[in-house]
Write a protein that binds this ligand. Structure first.
Ligand SMILES: Cc1ncc(COP(=O)(O)O)c(C=O)c1O
Length: 416
C-alpha cells in the first residue's frame, strides 16, 4: 500500500509532490488532498462488501468541494446529502437524483419540496411530522416520494458525545419502538413509497459492536415489516467508521463489512452505506505556517500558526487530536511545542507538548488527516478568508478552490 504523505530527504511529499512547493505557490493556510488516496480508500471500502448488493453513498458533509464530489461520482459512488446545498452540489457534480439520499434533522419546507420534486433515491425521514410534510409536498407535486425512516436504535456508539447520534432522547431519528407504526402509516399513504430503513449512530467509531447493534435493530424491524406484509428495497446503515488520527490501526473496512454483512445478508435487501470521514480525512492535510514563536512561561515553547479553528475546528470543538509534521524537517533534536492558532480563543490550539524538530518563524507544518470535516466546517470568524484547496493527482497538482478574497467576502454585504 503506497504511503500518501511521507518524507523524502526531510521534505514531506504527497504522492511525490513536495508540499513545500505547493505552500510556496499557493501560500498558507491551504488544504492539500491526494486523489489517489481518496480513490484507494473508496475502492477498499467498496470491495469489503464484495458481491453482496450494495452501494456506497459518500457523505458529502465530510467534504463537499465540487471537485471532490466529482471524483466520487467518477468512482461510481452515490451520495448522502444533508442539506439542499449539498443536493445542489451533488447535481452540479453530475450525480442524478437517483444517486442521492437526503438525510438531516430539521429539513426546511423548501428542502423537502426540492428533494420530492427531484425524486431523490430516498428521503431519510426523521419524525412523524416530517413524514406528513413530505407527503404533503408529494401530493402538491402530484408525485410519490421515496421515503426511508431514520431509526434511533438507542445504541451508544461510544464516541465523542458531540458526535453520538443514536441514543434515546437525542434529536436524531424515530425512537425504535415508534418506528413500526410510522412505517405502516407510510406504507398505506398513497403519496409515499416506503423504500428503506436508515440508521446512523455517530461518527469516528472505532469499535464494530455499536455499528453491528444498529444494523441488527434495522434488520429486526425489517422482519416485523415483512410480517406485516410490508416490503422495502434497502437497508441503510449510515456512516461512522472512524480513522486512526494517532496513526494507529483504526477500524479496517473489511472488519466493518465482516461485522455488518452477516447481519444484513439474510434479508437479501440492498445495503447502503454512507461513509464520509474514512474516505477523505486521511487523504488531506492542512498546510499552515509558523507566524510567531514565543515563550509563554510554560514548559513548551508556543508556535503560533496562520491557521486556527476557522480553518480546522475539530480540535477546538471535540478536543480532537491531529498529528502535525514539519513540511521541511530541520536538523537538531526534537523540542516540545504548544501549537496554536491565531484566534482569540484559548481552545484555538492544535496540540500541547508536541515533540517536533526545531521550528523557526516561516516554517510550514502539515496538520494530518484533515481531508474530512476540515474545509467543510471552516468559517469566516475574525473575517478570515477561506483557505484554498489543492488536489494532487497524476504527479501534479491543481487548485480546486481558490483562496477567498475580501471582495468575495464582502460581496454579500451592503455598507448602509
Ligand atoms: C446521516 C449521516 N450519514 C453519514 C455520515 C458520515 O459519517 P462519517 O463521516 O463518520 O462516516 C454522517 C455524519 O455524521 C451522517 O450524519
Amino acid at each position: 500500500m503506497p504511503t500518501t504523505f511521507r518524507y523524502e530527504d526531510d521534505c514531506l511529499v504527497c504522492d511525490g509532490v513536495a508540499l513545500a512547493d505547493i505552500a510556496r505557490a499557493e501560500g498558507t493556510p491551504a488544504y492539500v488532498y491526494s486523489a489517489a488516496a481518496i480513490e484507494r480508500a473508496y475502492t477498499e471500502f467498496d470491495a469489503a462488501f464484495g458481491s453482496y448488493p450494495h452501494r456506497l453513498h459518500y457523505a458529502l458533509k465530510a467534504n463537499s468541494t465540487l471537485a471532490i464530489a466529482s471524483l466520487m461520482r467518477r468512482l461510481a459512488a452515490g451520495v448522502d446529502a444533508n442539506s439542499v446545498g449539498e443536493i445542489e452540489v451533488a447535481l452540479r457534480a453530475g450525480f442524478a437524483p437517483g444517486d442521492i439520499v437526503f438525510t438531516g434533522v430539521g429539513k426546511r419546507p423548501d428542502e423537502i419540496e426540492r428533494a420530492v420534486a427531484l425524486g431523490v433515491h430516498a428521503i431519510n425521514a426523521e419524525s412523524a411530522g416530517e413524514v406528513a410534510r413530505i407527503a404533503a409536498a408529494a401530493r402538491t407535486g402530484r408525485t410519490k416520494a421515496r421515503v426511508s425512516v431514520r431509526i434511533n436504535p438507542d445504541v451508544n456508539a461510544g464516541t465523542h458525545p458531540h458526535i453520538t447520534t443514536g441514543v434515546r432522547g437525542n434529536k436524531f431519528g424515530v425512537p425504535i419502538e415508534q418506528a413500526l407504526a410510522l412505517c405502516r402509516d407510510i406504507a398505506f399513504d398513497t403519496s409515499l413509497r416506503l423504500v428503506g430503513l436508515h440508521v446512523h449512530v455517530g461518527s469516528q467509531i472505532l469499535e464494530v459492536a455499536p455499528l453491528r447493534r444498529a444494523a441488527e435493530a434495522l434488520v429486526a424491524l425489517t422482519r416485523a415489516l415483512s410480517d406485516a406484509g410490508i416490503a422495502i428495497e434497502h437497508i441503510d446503515v449510515g456512516g461512522g467508521v472512524g480513522i486512526p488520527y494517532d496513526g494507529g490501526r483504526g477500524l479496517p473496512a473489511r472488519e466493518y463489512a465482516a461485522a455488518i454483512l452477516p447481519v444484513v445478508s439474510p434479508t437479501g435487501l440492498k445495503l447502503l452505506v454512507e461513509p464520509g470521514r474514512v474516505i477523505v480525512a486521511p487523504a488531506g492535510v492542512l498546510l499552515a505556517r509558523v507566524v510567531d514563536l514565543k515563550n509563554g512561561g510554560g514548559p513548551a515553547e508556543i508556535a503560533v500558526l496562520d491557521a486556527g479553528m476557522t480553518e480546522l475546528i475539530r480540535p477546538a470543538l471535540y478536543g480532537a487530536y491531529h498529528r502535525i509534521d514539519a513540511v521541511q524537517r530541520r536538523p537538531g533534536s526534537e523540542r516540545q511545542y504548544e501549537i496554536v492558532g491565531p484566534l482569540c480563543e484559548t481552545s484555538d490550539s492544535f496540540g500541547n507538548a508536541r515533540a517536533m524538530p526545531p521550528l523557526q518563524v516561516g516554517d510550514v507544518l502539515a496538520i494530518r488527516d484533515a481531508g474530512g470535516y476540515g474545509s467543510a466546517m471552516a468559517s469566516n470568524y475574525n473575517r478570515r478568508l477561506l483557505a484554498p484547496e489543492i488536489l494532487v493527482e497524476n504527479g501534479g497538482w491543481r487548485t480546486i478552490r481558490r483562496r477567498q478574497t475580501i471582495e468575495d467576502l464582502l460581496m454579500l454585504e451592503s455598507s448602509e
